[in-house]
Design a binder for this molecule. Structure first.
Ligand code: GUN
Ligand code: FE
Length: 433
């Protein structure tokens, strides 16, 4: 692999800046260099410092990307997305449970046809990259081959991705129903085929508590407990009708989260979509377990689900990542999603700062997915996935940028006015895709 040298305005995070925007949490190089060897970060820093250490013939042989005046960030991390739902985005007039029945289940049923899965996987991988997203935690459908289609597409681009077959053995259409036994066998076969192959990781994926029998939850929990190298993803406390349904289905459990905890589905590497309507005790239990919440602001607004409390969740010690939740969400863009995250944070009078916002979209997501040893920032040795953003991609951005002073102001304007038009280039393991 050719060495890669990048010049630009480089921002990355060493840790969460927290509510006080601790400046020790990030590094910003206004004239920065990123030096990449064999797809991994070798060094990052001021251009003059990094290049002083490079022998002229080494530098000559490298692939050089001059992004001066543009923002270079670690690849964006989408911690919760349904790849089969790209064709459902913008479906009118339903809240969660009716939206599932009327729009989403029919769309997912079409994945019985492998070619529909293949075409969708290629489309979604392409669109993720076009929006600057290089890693995602992805729901497939109940069909085992839907995971084959997604992982094949991700592998072809060399992406670090998590994906899993949806487990769903009740309260769903017959053509989307597995069983505790078949779901377990399919998951095991997929784990053997894909888990740990290159940059791919398997995520056990019970859809949510209402669509799995106790037997299926139990079987999935046993597998998760036996394999701490796997991830687990599901949905939690998204919508009031959903929560009431869980209470009716599991009257013996003390809370929605307790259903997952009881069946062994709570732990490090578990990622729960939404987590909007949680009690302080549930937040504390998630934090203690090392579980993560996926904050899905566009979906939460579009489906009328409610306002996730980022400030309270992080204050409780929970891991939190940002997510589009396509197709409940309305865009593949984590930049637009960040703007909506800010708007929701304002409903709690705890405005999400730009310094913390860009953390949430990068290293915060990597940490929520327990992938911070591989991605999320430009620490030496990390995989060199990054995105290059144009601060002034639209007239409105350019106008606003001309009237800003500080880095924080510029990053905030980008978070509010920016979108996929700002994405100049996306690189995977150093190489532009
Ligand atoms: N809860 C169970 N399934 C889904 C889904 O596909 N999308 C969302 N947003 N919530 C869910
Ligand atoms: Fe979802």
């Amino acid at each position: 692999k050719q060495d890669v040298l990048v010049r630009g305005q480089i921002l990355h995070y060493l840790t969460d800046p927290g509510p006080g925007d601790d400046p020790a949490a990030w590094e910003y190089f206004d004239d920065g260099a990123l030096w990449i060897v064999d797809g991994h970060v070798q060094s990052v820093g001021p251009w003059a410092v990094v290049t002083a250490n490079l022998a002229p013939q080494v530098r000559e042989a490298a692939s050089f990307h001059d992004h001066r005046g543009k923002l270079v960030l670690p690849g964006l991390v989408d911690t919760h997305i349904h790849y089969p739902q790209a064709g459902v985005i913008g479906s009118f007039g339903r809240q969660l449970l009716d939206w599932l029945n009327d729009y989403t289940f029919p769309a997912e049923a079409r994945f019985a046809d492998y070619s529909e899965a293949e075409r969708s996987a290629a489309f979604v991988v392409d669109r993720l990259l076009a929006h600057g997203t290089t890693t995602a935690s992805v729901f497939a459908t109940v069909h085992a081959h839907s995971v084959d289609a997604f992982f094949s597409a991700a592998e072809a681009k060399g992406l670090r991705m998590l994906c899993g077959k949806v487990l769903m053995d009740r309260h769903c259409p017959d053509n989307l129903r597995d069983s505790a036994a078949s779901g377990r066998a399919d998951s095991q076969a997929l784990i053997e085929r894909w888990h740990g192959r290159g940059r791919l990781g398997y995520s056990l994926t019970p859809r949510f508590a209402p669509t799995s029998t106790r037997e299926q939850l139990q079987a999935t929990g046993e597998l998760f407990q036996a394999r701490p190298d796997l991830h687990l993803q599901t949905h939690l406390a998204e919508n009031p009708a959903e929560i009431a349904w869980v209470q009716a289905l599991f009257p013996e459990r003390s809370s929605y989260l307790d259903v997952y905890a009881h069946y062994g589905l709570l732990g490090p590497r578990s990622i729960y979509g939404h987590c909007i309507h949680l009690s302080p005790a549930e937040r504390a239990d998630m934090a203690a377990a090392g579980a993560a919440a996926a904050f899905c602001p566009t979906s939460n607004l579009f489906l009328g689900s409610g306002f996730f409390d980022y400030a309270a969740s992080t204050a409780a010690g929970m891991r939190v990542g940002l997510a589009t939740d396509v197709g409940g969400g309305t865009s593949f863009s984590l930049i637009r999603t960040l703007g909506q995250a800010y708007a929701i944070s304002q409903t709690h009078a705890t405005p999400l700062s730009p310094m913390r916002g860009w953390y949430l979209a990068t290293l915060g997501g990597a940490r929520a997915l327990y992938l911070e040893a591989h991605i999320g920032n430009f620490q030496p040795g990390h995989e060199a996935d990054f995105v290059v953003l144009d601060w002034a991609a639209t007239p409105e951005l350019a106008w606003r940028m001309d009237r800003t002073q500080t880095l924080a102001e510029r990053l905030f304007a980008l978070m509010i006015l920016g979108d996929e038009r700002c994405v100049v280039a996306t690189h995977v393991m150093g190489e532009r895709v």
